[in-house]
Design a protein around this ligand. Structure first.
Ligand SMILES: C[S@@+](CC[C@H](N)C(=O)[O-])C[C@H]1O[C@@H](n2cnc3c(N)ncnc32)[C@H](O)[C@@H]1O
Length: 404
């Protein structure tokens, strides 16, 4: 395997933006892929995967390379050399790679692999938090699973096509997929591909949505004709799933604090042919009050630490702060108490997060059930999904029903 100079320079520049300019990895990768129109799919894959890999393994690679933050360009080259050696590349004799002996790199890797915080490349505080919340044995497996590369999972938009039709359309484009038992609308790519460039995506035949995330809306049991509130809709991954399961019949009220996210949702809804969505920005509590006891179903897809989706967002390991996790738990509590009031007597509520921490999940639900608002609800069931046992993202979802 040969390393190509212009691809590697793009990787180094991109790492500089992520580590030193505090930019988000996904945005930097998207920009990097536009740098040279002549790149083929293998080149693009190299650029994207190498950037994500170095971000994911930052702590381990920095320790092996003997460099400390803030990383200057020499440091970034040393970390890249670690990546290349561990992936089996023969280092070319470029001047930037001088002084990075492969034997030393392999030796340090062996030594550091005995210590979890280096082996799994995580900050001490996340390692301690995970151990405290999940127990040593489960955390050990979970963090290892969350360091693997995420699969690309599609959700078929049943407003426009069926799973078998989409599978055949993608096959025509040389994109092979497989179905997964118990996930009725999911297709998993056998090999990574940029599906956003396909005509099938542009026509709204599918969305990219992890399989665990695809379990949330079915749990809420939405039916055509219902009034459903998606209270933390964001860019609307689950709103679109609702529209699809409701066959565009009934009313979905999608809410969020941010107009920018609602805008993204509107674009996606148009592409999906989802017409039964109303958009509301939450500027004050009035928006919630207006809907008290008006909804058959409410989804609270709560803001969270994201400690279930590190595969997808490896830079979250470095951007996340302990204070953020403490704060977001307070927000979750307030949202559960306040927004649950929108559920009609006899209606249903799902509380979900993309975190594996019990303190954001089952413990929040337990606390809520003991409050005045919570006393009107019964916990029907919940699902604690770990990446290590499911093979997909870590998620939590609880179904609560409001008493009549
Ligand atoms: C987990 S994300 C939602 C993802 C989205 N449901 C999807 O499936 O694509 C959580 C969302 O909650 C929003 N949010 C944060 N605080 C909120 C609040 N107090 N009320 C409503 N939404 C809030 C965030 O802006 C974010 O979009």
């Amino acid at each position: 395997m040969r390393l190509h100079r212009n691809l590697v320079f793009t990787v180094i520049d991109s790492l500089n933006f992520i580590f030193n300019e505090d930019e988000y990895a996904d945005k930097v990768v998207a920009r990097a892929l536009k740098r040279d129109k002549r790149w083929g799919s293998n080149d693009r894959r190299f650029v994207a995967e190498t950037i994500y890999d170095v971000v994911r393994w930052k702590r381990l690679y920095a320790e092996i390379a003997g460099v400390k933050e803030p990383f200057d360009r020499d440091n970034l080259w040393r970390m890249f050399a670690v990546w290349a050696v561990l992936r089996g590349y023969k280092l070319p004799d470029w001047k930037q790679l001088a002084g990075t002996p492969p034997r030393k790199i392999k030796g340090r890797f062996e030594e550091l692999s005995k210590i979890r915080k280096y082996r799994e490349s995580i900050p001490d505080w996340i390692d301690e938090l995970g151990t405290r919340e999940l127990g040593e044995a489960t955390w050990e497996k979970e963090i290892a699973a969350q360091n693997e590369q995420a699969k690309v999972v599609l959700r078929v938009n049943t407003l426009k096509t069926s799973k078998s039709k989409l599978k055949a359309i993608l096959e025509e484009m040389d994109i092979a997929t497989e179905t997964v038992q118990h996930y009725p609308d999911a297709l998993v790519l056998k090999e990574r591909a940029n599906v956003f460039l396909t005509s099938a995506f542009k026509e709204g035949l599918f969305e990219v949505q992890d399989a665990s995330s695809q379990r949330v809306v079915p749990l809420l049991d939405v039916q055509p004709g219902m009034r459903v509130v998606d209270a933390c809709a964001g860019a609307g991954g689950k709103t679109l799933h609702m529209a699809s399961l409701m066959q565009n019949k009934g009313q979905i009220i999608a809410m969020d604090l941010y107009e920018s996210k609602m805008k993204q949702l509107k674009t996606r809804a148009k592409r999906n042919g989802a017409f039964n969505i109303e958009y509301r920005i939450i500027e004050s509590n009035k928006a919630i009050k207006k809907l008290h006891e008006k909804a058959d179903r409410v989804l609270i897809d709560a803001p969270c630490s994201g400690l279930g989706v590190l595969r997808r967002n490896p830079d979250a390991k470095w951007k996340l702060q302990p204070e953020f996790v403490d704060n977001i738990k307070k927000v979750q509590e307030e949202i559960l108490t306040g927004y649950s009031r929108m559920v009609k007597p006899g209606g249903k509520l799902v509380y979900a997060t993309c975190s594996v921490l019990p303190s954001e999940n089952q413990e929040q639900v337990k606390k809520f059930l003991a409050t005045e608002s919570g006393k009107q609800f019964t916990l029907e069931k919940d699902q604690k999904i770990l990446a290590s046992t499911s093979g997909f993202d870590g998620f939590y979802m609880a179904l609560l029903s409001r008493k009549n």
